[in-house]
Design a protein around this ligand. Sequence first.
Ligand code: PTJ
Length: 261
Amino acid sequence: MSDHDTVPADVEHEEEIPEDHPRYQDLLTRHRIERGVEKGITHLQGMHAEGRGSAFDYLLGEETTPSANEAERAAAAVLLLAEHPVLSINGNVAALVPGEMVELAAVVDADLEVNLFNRTPERIEAIADHLRDHGAEEVKGIEADARIPNLEHERAKVDGDGIFDADVVLVPLEDGDRAEALDAMGKTEIVVDLNPMSRSPRVADVPIVDNIIRAIPNVTEHARKLADREEAELEAIVEAFDPEAALEAAEERIRTGAVDG
Ligand code: PTJ
């Protein structure tokens, strides 16, 4: 029996998962989602979402593809150019990358806003507290004094000085209806989603087909490198990015295993 066969199914702390395990990222992700459910941060449906994501990640080779890296660089440029960028946080995002989202918000000077599909006051509070535990100073989405037009009641709730006012919104692991409604409001959308055939990445200006646990730190790294570039250079990066080509490259990789250039 190898060491890896001895990894217990239910580890207490994520440090117990051996980093050299061939499925390390998947085990880590599952563990964080389970803990998120236990803490009241992640909805039970978040486990299904994670399962779907995990299957696509397996087919993508569980790595950031060259076209995903390009999308992550374009996302960094879009965020740096934005007047009022907002990073939207749901229960899966909070469980998987709380500190990483706080760090990205600091680097690109964005707001953090809790915005849930299955909204309850308890979950909103638990997620806001969790983000504060990871260094967030201000968390929006609690007041929810504005609405995304043409979307059913609870899911439409946003802050008037947050997502409602934003010019650029990063919406990871988003449901298709809300992504379309935000698009209809004229927002520039950056979507992180492992399924390139899902509606949300298809309406995004910048679709990132990558696991959020790899995507967010990479967007932050790009943003750090691009922070002192001229606006014209950032605009050229955004201009050169082709969302259709990014989605096609991801789908090709999933269907054939072929690596894009
Ligand atoms: O916390 P709430 O109440 O806002 O609910 C959040 C979930 C994610 C449960 C809700 O938005 C939902 O049901 O979403 P969907 O429709 O299942 O879409 C989630 C998408 O995220 C799917 O296309 C998955 O493939 C994708 N996904 C799942 N895990 C990851 C992911 N994409 C990137 N990284 C992941 N780790």
